[in-house]
Design a protein around this ligand. Structure first.
Ligand SMILES: Nc1ncnc2c1ncn2[C@@H]1O[C@H](COP(=O)(O)OP(=O)(O)OP(=O)(O)O)[C@@H](O)[C@H]1O
Ligand SMILES: [Mg+2]
Length: 507
């Protein structure tokens, strides 16, 4: 795997891309060798997804050259790129939830019977090959079931199965692991290593630094749409990588390491007793006090999101009770929960969150407007003040607050979603994977924001698959496994202690 031994399979040079005159890429290059895993790194808005879209024919470059196996090429559509052997899973996965898993894998390229059978789709083959592909991903699922019946993580793996189902020379994965838990990431990495062994060049975008070092051979860094450099992973340590991405050193994390004090005698703001829903969540107790950050730890599918949805009135519990300030409540919809001071920033920003056509300003003001009801509307000027405050506070990279949010980079959309719920000034904020897809600097900003708000008296339920974040911000860690609560750990617990509880013998 010595790049010097081989010629690049794909080479881009001098790539420029502008959006309405604003440069998103300037003189960017990228070299990929057969049999390598190449991490494409950069902060939110650095231009990673744009570069990928340019080289896969989704966007037209404003200038530059591209060579595939030494031949100049310019795919003018994703299909053309695919035909050239460039397979891609985009950041915003576009699958069809109401088709089966197998249909999603083969949509547009179904194996068919011959002339005698009228070229009908050969469903037997479709399903058999789909089963093989998902098995190759280490997934044990029924490929004839609707995609929507599986969690986001599984859907993500199906998208990858679809991409690697094609004879490809280059495989591009834009943040493939952002919704996967540790085990699934390991499974994915096994698949990637196997494909690397078969000679594929794999481009991998992630905001998880540890993953970069776990699988990558080389690293290219972009900053503000410009090319910073290309390194062997073994020659660029994490600190140097961060410095290359940020253009400066990241402040030490230790300053904000400990969650602030909170009044231990404070009454519960939210109290759940034996709360559960058949098939979704075993009855469990939960207490959250003002100023307290309760972390929910557990593997994917352990019931964290289900609990959040029950508390927020998106699902109706069929057992147990829920109290807010000692008063028994039964939310039949989120509006009631919001009136009681709750807010939920959901896991799936694309389906539950952003309204792509609306501006950053409107997206941020949305939940606050909903809470204020129909009698009083926020004026455009009020919305602008609000949005600009959060754009500033969260470091959201956008040309203006009037830009359609769909034009922001993925991580910046995520930050705007958190801003939307912070703007409602909730008494209890439930954050489901808030740091997913955001860069290292923004992760730290979000953590600090949470601690600041808790200090000011807001209660927080914090869900994250990154255990280091949970142990860092939580006063108390509630551990879930197989849709039941298996224990609680105090502030200052180690990541290992949480993992031990998660992995403890089943009862
Ligand atoms: N269609 C578009 N119109 C206008 N601006 C765009 C468009 N697509 C991307 N941009 C802008 O180009 C810049 C680069 O965005 P890009 O999505 O490539 O970032 P990224 O590195 O993938 O970030 P992230 O880590 O958040 O996904 C951003 O400032 C973004 O707002
Ligand atoms: Mg991106």
């Amino acid at each position: 795997m010595n790049p010097a031994d081989a010629a690049p399979v794909l080479e881009l040079a001098g790539i420029h891309k502008q959006f309405a005159g604003i440069p998103a890429l300037q003189d960017v290059r990228l070299r990929l060798y057969p049999g390598e895993i190449h991490a494409l790194m950069g902060q939110n808005g650095a231009g990673k997804s744009t570069l990928i879209k340019v080289l896969t024919g989704v966007l037209e470059a404003s200038g530059g050259q591209m060579q595939l196996a030494g031949e100049p090429v310019w795919p003018d559509s994703p299909l053309a790129a695919q035909r050239l052997g460039i397979s891609t899973v985009y950041q915003e996965v576009n699958l069809c939830p109401n088709l089966s898993v197998a249909e999603n894998i083969f949509a547009g390229r179904y194996p068919r019977y011959g002339l005698a059978q009228g070229f009908r789709i050969d469903w037997g083959t479709v399903n058999r090959r789909a089963r093989e592909l998902v098995a190759r991903m280490g997934l044990d699922i029924d490929v004839t079931r609707l995609l929507s019946s599986y969690p986001v993580a599984v859907q993500q793996l199906v998208a990858i199965a679809r991409a690697i189902g094609i004879e490809s020379k280059v495989l591009i994965l834009d943040e493939p692991t952002s919704s996967l838990d540790d085990d699934e990431v390991q499974k994915l990495f096994e698949v990637l290593r196997r494909l690397r062994g078969e000679g594929l060049a794999i481009v991998f975008v992630t905001h998880f630094l540890n993953q970069v070092y776990a699988v990558s051979d080389r690293i290219t860094v972009l900053r503000n749409g410009t090319w910073v450099g290309e390194w062997r992973a073994s020659e660029l340590g994490p600190q140097a990588l961060i410095a290359a991405m940020l253009g400066r050193e990241l402040a030490a994390q230790s300053t904000a390491a400990a969650p602030p004090e909170f009044d231990d005698a404070a009454p519960a703001l939210l109290l759940a007793e034996g709360l559960g829903q058949a098939g979704q969540l075993q009855p469990m107790d939960l207490r959250v006090r003002a100023g307290e950050v309760v972390g929910l730890a557990g593997l994917l599918g352990s019931g964290r999101t289900e609990l959040a949805r029950l508390l927020f009135g998106l699902e109706t519990p069929d057992r147990g009770m829920l109290r807010i300030d000692g008063e028994t409540v039964a939310f039949s919809n989120p509006a009631e929960a919001i009136r009681h001071g709750l807010a939920l920033c959901p896991e799936e920003r694309k389906t539950d969150g952003i309204v792509a056509e609306l501006s950053v300003r409107e997206n941020i003001a949305l939940a606050l407007q909903a809470r204020m009801g129909m009698r009083r509307f926020l004026s455009r000027a009020e919305q602008t003040v609000l949005a600009e405050r959060f754009v500033q506070a969260m470091g959201i990279k956008t040309v203006s607050v009037d830009t359609p949010i769909g034009l922001l980079s993925g991580g910046n959309q995520q930050k705007a979603m958190i801003a939307r719920w912070l703007a409602t000034e909730p008494r209890l904020l439930i954050l489901d994977e808030p740091t997913r897809g955001v860069d290292v600097a923004a992760k730290q900003e979000i953590m600090e924001q949470i601690l600041r708000l808790a200090k000011a008296g807001m209660a927080v339920i914090f869900i994250s698959s990154e255990m280091s974040e949970v142990v860092r911000v939580a006063h108390r860690i509630v551990v879930l496994r197989d849709r039941r609560k298996v224990g609680e750990l105090p502030a200052g617990s180690s990541e290992d202690a949480v993992y031990e509880l998660i992995a403890a013998e089943h009862v």
